[in-house]
Design a protein. Sequence first.
Lengths: 858, 658
Amino acid sequence: MANRRCIVDYLAKFHCPLYEDVFASVHVIQNESFIYLCNGTEFVAVYSKCEKQIVVVYQFPGKACLLEEDSKQHCLFVLCEHYGLFSVILHLKDRFPSESQQRGASVDTCRVSLDACIIKDPTIQSFILVQNLIVTVGQKCRVRTLSVFGNPQLGQVSYEKIEELDIPILENVIISSDDKQVRMPPYLCCVFPHGQKRMPSRGIRNFSLEPQLFTLLFGVDATMLDSPVILCGFLDGQVYYLPLRQSVPCTDDLRSGNSVFRMLYHLGQPVRFIGAMLPNDKGNSTLLLVGHYGKVIQIKTEYHCEGSLPNFIERNILGPIVSVHSGATHIYYSTPSDLMTLPLSNTSEESTSSVSDTPATENNLVPFFQSPHSLNVCKIIAVSCPTEMQTGEVELVAFSLAGKLMKVKISRGPSKTNSSRLTTAQTVQRIKDLLSGIGNVSDRASLLKSKIQSKNDSLKRLNWVFNICCLLQSCQERKEENCKETVRCHFIAKWNHLLLRDSLNLTCALENSSSYILEKGWMLCVEVKSQSYSMSSDRKHFSRLYTFPIAKLLPAQTMEVSVPLSSLNDLFLYALVHCTLIYNFQGILGYQENGRQQDQNSFVTSMTFKNCICLPLKTQTVDMLDYLRLANLATLPRELVIKPVTDLVDVFLNTSSHIIHHCSEQIPLKHETQFSLEDGNFVASIKVSTELLKYGLTSTTSGVTLAASTVAWLLSSNSEADLLSLPSDPVITATTPTGKSIKIHAKEISLNDLSADLPISAVEIQIESSSLVDFCSLHWAILQRIQLLMNLKDSGGGTQPAVRMQFLWGLLHQSDVLAKTVQEVRDHLCLGLKISSEATEKLLSTYQQLRSMELVIL
Amino acid sequence: MDEGSGPRRRSCLQMWTEENNAIVAKWEEDKKNKQRTVLSPCFIELSKLLQTIQGLPPAPASIPVEVAVFYNVTLFSLSTSDKMILDENKIINVLQRVVEASGGYSRNSDILGLWCSALPVFYDNSCITSLHQLACLQWALWLLDCQLEKILDFFCVLSKYEGWSSSTSERSSGDILKFMQKISFSADASPLLLHVMSAGELKDQLYSCTVLAHGMEILAAGKYLEAAQIFKEATSLSLSMKMQSKIFTLSGVCLQNLGKPQTALQSFRRALEADFSCLYALYQSSLVYRQLGMADAEFETLHLLCRAVSVPEKQDLLFDDLKLIDPDKMLRNPALIKMFKKPSITSVKYCLAQRSLESGRIDDAVEQYLDLLEVFQEEKNQEVFTGSIVSLPRIPEIYLEAAASLFKAKKFWDATLVCEEVIKRIASIVPEKLTIAVPLKDSEGCIPAKSESFFTQLKSHYQKEEYSETVQEEKNEKLNCILWTAAAYFYQGWAFTELKDTKESITHLSRCINLLLTVHIVQSDGDCINNSEMGKITREAVKLLHRLKGLAFVRRGISFMERGQEKEALLNFQLSQQSFPESVDGAFWLLEALWRFGRKDEAVSYWQKLQESRQSVVDINNIHRDTVLFLLPQQELSTSDLETLNKKIEEYRSQAKP
């Protein structure tokens, strides 16, 4: 359906009650200066076109369903439900023009009393004004009545009933008066033969027809008497006509069964509108019937050789039709979704040429039906009679479901007859309009295209991200080793020598063995959590977070980043390193926001992690064994980056890691200031059974003793381990990051008195160090490794050799003694007494003893 | 409940009674001052009171009050709206409450059944007044709905209760009517409760309306004797003048139909005495005069009627009687309404004009017809007339009749103008060609459809689909249009002949003939159509067509004769005889023409033939007199012309014989 341009001016806003049959009671009427509106409530509003505002509102006792204006007598006739017909005299000329200056001036509200009811009849459903008569149609139960009221003396208010007639109802059609689907009053209108010199009609529903059509439809008598004919269209589709002046040949004076009403047409659906269109020099040449569900009947004169007949041309438009009116050549109707206009053309001219002597059948006529044009104004529930302006535009007043009163100006579309040549200026203007229109459209199109493109890109990226997430998650659910296609990360502690300085760095290698590309937006996040070193701080962990943006990691590529491990906190006991992959969703949209690539670093520096997803990759501990310096260092003095620890007690008091033994606990060791960590030779030995070791020593090359392989296994995670050739004698001397030397010695032993059955072979690992800190760290590291073995053993299952009770009793006794010592010291502490150096010494010795206990890890 | 609420209940009743009385008193006060301003407020107040009363469950003690208030409210409601509407549901509601008051429970939705169960309650609690009031309302409702049988049934039931014995078990309607008359509704039990109108008064009015309606029904059924009796009895009732006049009129109609014109006239006179606005009586008396052949009286009456109709009705009815119920409005019988409606001026004038023309009062006729035509053309006349008791023919026919009257009055030029008017209006829908199917057999009986087999019927139905009822009607209409236009041309032509303008006359007559010749008469096998009324009309029209054709040819021939074109004249006369052999004029002129041209032998033989079939000729005019008024002015051939012709031919024959 083509569109016609129309301009909509909103005039006023009203309240519109929302029930289904509201459209049946909403009517808009306009004349040159005023617009009258009843919107289904008890109020009728009068809007003045020159003042551009509502001037009067009338309030009626009941709901106003229909209204008509009598311009001659300046009064308004309003039909109220349950009451009857009211007549209100409009005093609209008395308004002073100065009032228009005050916008929002109080609108006059007039309450209409029951005295203004000129016809008290609650059964009236519809009425019409014909000259100085009022014709009403009402229904009570199953009887429809048409009454004619006349004004015996002009100027008098009361109307007298002249005539009352019963309209026949077809018996096979059952009409229930409370049919909720469609409740519409009957449509009444009045037709005059054209060329009447009578007093012009009062109401708007009066129109004239050309004489020939009039005679054909309504009979010769009506034409000869110049009688107005009332047409009524009812809910069941019947359209009856009644000439107001007629002669009825009386067959039987007492019993007359024939009704004076005759049926013009049966529409089959409720009648919404009856009107006349297509005027020619003799008058309107078409009578139009419009049904609620879209049936449109045009009645024209059809010329036959055997005389002319009325031709009923039927067509269907899309319904349901809410409100409809006809102009001279177009029908304007509103459906629930749109306001449409339908041009109707004169088809009779095209058909006469094809008529031959034989009676014209329908096949000879080729009606030229045009399609409706949409005006793109929706939810119109009432339309007024269209008026044609001098410029050729058609103006009509409409009322929408939202309660807005608006004026719609419809420009005349391109008509064939008016295709005269435009002037140059008009042509130029038209071309400009068209070009700008094209430009607009192309702009929009390109904008849309780019938007779509960017959307596609974002979606693609999102898809990748989700793929990677799913991959990583699924890998985590299963065992990591089974995943081949995944993103892995691996930590190695390395020593760097830069500018005569050695520094310990933790290198994180991110390996992309999946088939996806890690693009911009991905970040590698390394978190280093270390133990608190000093006593003064609260027991908390220090952690540092390093974020590295990933530019592009293709499959089978590896990215390496390094973080320093230089703080003392890191090096005490162990450091916990977390590695996560983070994706910032702003990366998906990042390109479009500014039209340039987002600076990835800004994310990093801002440190905000909103709109991100985190995928943890790996968590690893880095302990002493990893960063022991095995290589022979040059004797050049090297600047130490690690500062020695000052307070040993802090360390002991703050540490919370524990070693799983049969019985062990961390012993806070008081340390006197005299003590220095550098002094003293700290020795500890750990005995691990061979069986246990076997879990760890998976690869045992020939020619290597168990002890050597043990040492090798211990140092397997050290980056410098491969530099070292394994001596047969498994003694390693290494340098700690603080610069102290440390010795690890492993030898095989056999324990006989442990078990009753067999002597247990074990490996004894001896640690020797001068610095207590390093000693502790190393000891802890080794024990961690052994714990790993034990985890493996537990999961793998295995037998445990029986242990002699005596041995255990001895151990217990020893530990009791030690425990007592510790208890003493602790009591001291609790009492708030200063810890003496003796206590510290005691603790230290206890510690030593512990370290060198005869505990065997089985 | 009884003990504790006893005093309360009584005081409730007292309250209601007081309120009711107050409102009624207010209204009565108003009525004395001849005002109707408080009618609506009183009605609203009473309705509220009724709602209050009906809000409580019913009890025997409250029945009188409730029914009284309901009665008052209903009577008020009847007068507040223009249309008298009574809601049966409200009465049913009250009846149900009455039944409930006595502890019963009625599911009966049938109104008579409900009444049956309610009646004992009334009698038991001796609320007879309430019974009467409610009965009146129910009666009024049924009367407004024109359900007389229900009224009779109801009173049958009531009569049983009243112990009205009858000799026969079956009660006739006359008996029941008697009972209805005899029963007295005016027993006012409690003077405490005021009523707007006493039940007795209402009952009388209702009774009179019922009698009238009943009588009307019987009259419509054709039982004039019975109806006459009923009306005679009804005259003894005390009624308003309007009702009396109606009763007299109706009895007059009965008497007229029974063949007693003088008594009928008397009744009509009495009716008019009672109420002059009952114009039907006047019209009927004119018909009686016509029947009796008293032309002067008839015309006087018609003139009187005409004058009476022209006078506008007085509007003082509203304020004279402040009656709540207007018995006139109670009568809803459509035949009654039609009868007593004021006839329209046009129809009365037409009646007068027609009668004048028929009885030969040409000047009067002319005057009346011209008056009538003026009425038609008058712009200010806004009269609506649809269906009055005086019938009107088709409007073009009226015009043609007017032309005929003018013709008879020798006002030829005016006649042509009137005909011109007709032609102007109708000419646009006159078809160029029309095909009419006429059966081979001219009689009423034709081949019954049953004798043909189904398939031939079907085939013929499809082939002759165009001969359905509506199409036939349309064709008849077109035929009528052709006939009217042709007749108009005919008159014009004839007028010009009289005005001695032969050229014009020939032109017009030629037009007439051409128009008539466009109708093709097709002989059909006559299966579907011709038994119907449409078929009859078609046949009549076709006959008229032939007659008109014949006349037109004759006239044209005469014109040709005057111009001296004898050949054409002879041809026309011959053609006229072909189309309408029964015409006397045509025969005469043909003979004349033959004689003048010297073809005397032919004339003689033709004359002989004519003599044989002479008998049938004379009656022709009479037969067609009734149907077509506008072809009335036949130029009656003077007997002298005929005689001369006869003599001439006789002479010649006698000469030729030997």
